[in-house]
Design a protein around this ligand. Structure first.
Ligand SMILES: Cc1cc2nc3c(=O)[nH]c(=O)nc-3n(C[C@H](O)[C@H](O)[C@H](O)COP(=O)(O)OP(=O)(O)OC[C@H]3O[C@@H](n4cnc5c(N)ncnc54)[C@H](O)[C@@H]3O)c2cc1C
Length: 408
């Protein structure tokens, strides 16, 4: 069978691929979207929380039927320690959101057709599925946290580490409607439990772990849920598992005839696992870059490089903050969980909110340099910390404590 020709092939119909498709449609460029699943938005593998500010920036309003709840606070718990942050998030019905996103482009989406192979040649990019072969000028990879094609194209030299999650939609949740909860427990390992209320007694609950977590994610989830007031009797309506990238952007997000968006490019705030808004933003930028490339008759890497410059300008700083916080947490706080609460106690509201907007507090930079970048300084700090713990009650302990407070 002859290959089917188009201008742009998008691999993946998640938020990144669908935004790229919508952009190409607006720009009047021919395209096709391929996805292996049978229904847009299913199965759900997500906490469904998105920052209100990001959502409104894209879609102008927040009164869509797929928005199930609006919260104005983030609530952090580390055992008995509690901290509230004024930050508005939306709880969406993600399958319905994705179906809405797909609405204007649904004629161009081919479901049950996973891309099995990708070949980029001098004249075209060719994607093969079990049904047929597609030929295009450019391919946009937006197929989630998968990295085979990026490796084959030479954009990465190894697969990035991922975090692992387990969760689901639960009924019978007696938790406040106006806040998202993040709970940590000392000694459980590097991971967090979330409870995002939908406002009607149901909530999206989950446990997400970082790559250094050893143990059962499912058991960690059950333990955490059972220990949170209002969730003791929560019952699963549906459950999910999934992974998310935690190392930040991949080495290169463009190549000859290729652009990479969303999780496939590592675009997730590495500390919290938030990736919907970066998928939307990068999908839109990839669609724009592809449209420009088609109009200019240039699909080489040198031309497509502008996409990487655009996302770095747009949200590169935010992604760096996420990586820095995750690395500090893994290098120190999760190794010394008795101090875990200081991760949330130390920064001011402005610092925490600023970090989500890409402004890294000076002391986070210093802690990162000491703990992660310059291992020797980091190990001195850890030794200091161990001595402090041994001498907690003594005079030396107080002096060391003062010294440590200057670092952290
Ligand atoms: C458990 C969990 C909870 C999360 N919670 C949140 C949250 O609350 N808020 C938030 O902002 N982020 C959250 N995230 C992250 C967020 O879900 C992702 O960052 C986001 O979905 C990325 O969108 P995407 O379009 O890049 O990829 P995806 O949403 O993964 O979409 C990729 C699409 O590609 C398709 N595909 C896969 N392989 C192929 C192939 N070979 N050929 C064709 N198609 C293919 C898939 O079927 C899928 O439809 C969570 C992630 C997990 C795992």
């Amino acid at each position: 069978m002859e290959p089917m020709d188009t201008d742009v092939i998008i691999v993946g119909a998640g938020p990144a691929g669908l935004m790229a498709a919508r952009r190409l449609q607006e720009e009047g460029i021919r395209f096709l979207v391929l996805d292996g699943k049978a229904r847009i938005g299913h199965p759900l593998q997500c906490g469904e929380g998105i920052r209100e500010k990001d959502f409104v920036r894209f879609f102008g309003r927040k009164d869509y039927p797929f928005i199930r709840n609006r919260v104005t606070k983030q609530f952090f718990m580390v055992d008995d320690f509690e901290r509230e942050l004024p930050l508005a998030y939306l709880q969406v019905d993600r399958p319905a959101f994705e179906q809405w996103l797909a609405g204007p482009v649904k004629e161009r989406i081919r479901l049950r057709e996973p891309a099995l192979s990708l070949r980029v040649g001098e004249r075209s990019a060719t994607v093969t599925t079990a049904k047929r072969t597609y030929r295009a000028k450019i391919v946009i990879l937006a197929y989630g946290p998968r990295y085979r094609f990026q490796t084959e194209l030479g954009l990465i030299s190894r697969e990035p580490a991922v975090g692992v999650c387990y969760g689901g939609i639960f009924s019978g949740c007696g938790i406040p409607h106006d806040r998202f909860l993040f709970a940590y427990r000392k000694g459980l390992g590097p991971g967090a439990f979330w409870a995002f209320p939908k406002g009607d007694g149901t909530a999206n609950l989950g446990f997400g772990s970082l790559s250094t977590f050893t143990g059962s994610i499912r058991q960690a989830f059950d333990r955490m849920r059972a220990g949170i007031r209002g969730l003791e009797d929560a019952r699963p309506v549906s459950t999910y598992g999934g992974v998310f990238p935690i190392e930040g952007p991949i080495a290169r997000t463009y190549g000859d005839r290729a652009l990479v968006a969303g999780d496939s490019a590592g675009f997730v705030f590495a500390f919290s696992g938030e990736g919907i808004s970066y998928a939307l933003r990068s999908g839109d930028l990839a669609g724009r870059a592809a449209a420009e490339a088609i109009r200019n008759g240039r699909q080489d890497a040198a031309f497509l490089k502008r996409y990487e410059a655009a996302w770095k300008r747009g949200f590169g700083g935010e992604l760096s903050c996420g990586v820095v916080f995750r690395e500090i947490a893994e290098a120190f706080f999760f190794r010394h969980p008795e101090h875990l609460e200081f991760l949330f106690r130390t920064p001011s509201d402005a610092e925490l909110i600023g970090a989500l907007d890409g402004r890294l507090p000076m002391r986070a930079r210093i802690a990162h340099a000491a703990l992660v970048r310059h291992g020797r300084m980091g190990s001195r700090l850890l030794r200091l910390h161990d001595r402090l713990r041994r001498n907690k009650e003594g005079k030396e302990g107080k002096a060391l404590s003062a010294k440590k407070d200057r670092y952290i």
